[in-house]
Design a protein around this ligand. Sequence first.
Ligand SMILES: Nc1nc2c(ncn2[C@@H]2O[C@H](COP(=O)(O)OP(=O)(O)OP(=O)(O)O)[C@@H](O)[C@H]2O)c(=O)[nH]1
Length: 336
Amino acid sequence: MALNTTLRQDSFITLRDTIRWRVALVLASLIVVVMITLGTINTKLGLTDTARLAWAVLAVASASVIVLLLTSRRLGGTIFFASIAAILLIVPIYGLEIDRNMQHWAYIFPPLLVFLLRPGPSLVAMVAYGIYVSWITALLLPPIEVVRFSSGYGLTVCFMYTYALLQEQAAKMLRYHSDHDALSNCLNRRTFNEALDRLASTRNGFQSCEFLLIDIDHFKAINDQNGHLVGDRIITQVAAELGRSLVADAPLFRYGGEEFAVMLVDADEGAGEALAERLRSAIEQGDFQGVKVTISVGVSRWRVGRGKVESALQKADEALYAAKRAGRNRIEVASA
Ligand SMILES: Nc1nc2c(ncn2[C@@H]2O[C@H](COP(=O)(O)OP(=O)(O)OP(=O)(O)O)[C@@H](O)[C@H]2O)c(=O)[nH]1
């Protein structure tokens, strides 16, 4: 079942932006210290061109620290890393102009890209930059220096690309486990709350949502008669059966113990009721290895400008309890 990604208040993106911002702030501060040292040493040694470059980088890094402290964490880190990448594009040309080899700066480019791009595009950018620096090196130095640079830089690219791939896989795994419930494999309550926030935020342009709250009937009795391990298995099987019966892009959440929720965003009126009936029937006819399992479902509709999302959810909850009171194994739709 695919999660409707537009429905997510993506806390991972917020986390990534914050980490990027923090790393940028630490790096910019370190660069300030390093450039003051380099500029001072080069001035004392009479290397005015190199000192000038150090002062220029110092000015940019100092400005970056101020910008990072003043701008939002969401954008600050990206602006910083993109600015350093732009500087690194200019440095080899500057080296050509002053007739000095600047290729050692190129080694900063691959680790920088890890903060800006995904592994695929970053590999392309790293290789393109390597070719660009090799070409400028060839204009300044004998071929053996080009070979030396290319092999050293190529190895750096290999290491950084492998690291970026591993990091992406680890992030995917972490993300899956933090979004999903371990027993049912459904999306968990935290993801549900984020989706609800996203829905309630008017700037996302959602027009309506139908909520389905689903509860397994007499689950305490199932546990008492068959044991908690069987109860756990039933939760997993019910979630799988519901997932199979859901329309594409309608996420299924584990809402509580033996309770599930579905959000149908911008669906036709009545779609929630039809889906609820399909889910109820699928569970009633499902094979739960000797255990009779049924569900009750409460349905409600939220429309933009007509009350809070939370009130609509509350109505679905009331409808669910009305279904329970009316005998279970049935659906109940809240009045508009
Ligand atoms: N095995 C198992 N049981 C759970 C889990 N989460 C909640 N439960 C049990 O589910 C039961 C829910 O019982 P109740 O809320 O009283 O409702 P019910 O027995 O399903 O009755 P109705 O909802 O009124 O049909 C409780 O006994 C919980 O201990 C779980 O993850 N695994």
